[in-house]
Design a protein around this ligand. Sequence first.
Ligand code: CMP
Length: 143
Amino acid sequence: MEKTFLMVKPDGVQRGLIGEIVKRFEQKGFQLVAGKLMVISREQAEYHYAEHKGKPFYEDLVSFITSGPVFAMVWQGDQVIALSRLMMGKTNTLDAQPGTIRGDFAVHTGMNLIHGSDSPESAEREINNFFKPEEIAGYDKVL
Ligand code: CMP
């Protein structure tokens, strides 16, 4: 079963959108297998955003993601990586279509509410950055 790492960013937590965001993925038919509210360390943020190091927005990005609690999650389901990114909407909020999370709730590209892994390799790396294997629940025995 494919897994992805999704994270409600500090703006989403502060605006009280955790429930709305979780609801959308539950209603789509995906399963939440791990979730925790946490403040990310600078080290974790730098590892998470390593591919953006050197870009003009990198420092703001690391400051923002460490500025307050995030809600880190692991979800599973068929094609959950690609489908969850469709549900999130494009990074640039001007391109995020209505009906998507960013299209419905975000105005700024830097504060775009949610992060989602963009490939199986990123998902594995990001899940391991935020969760220990024993924190990920298995549904296999009940379904
Ligand atoms: P995300 O896709 O989660 O990961 C990279 C983040 O960088 C992106 O969301 C945005 O929140 C942030 N960001 C800020 N400014 C820019 C920009 N100009 N282009 C792309 N991403 C940006």
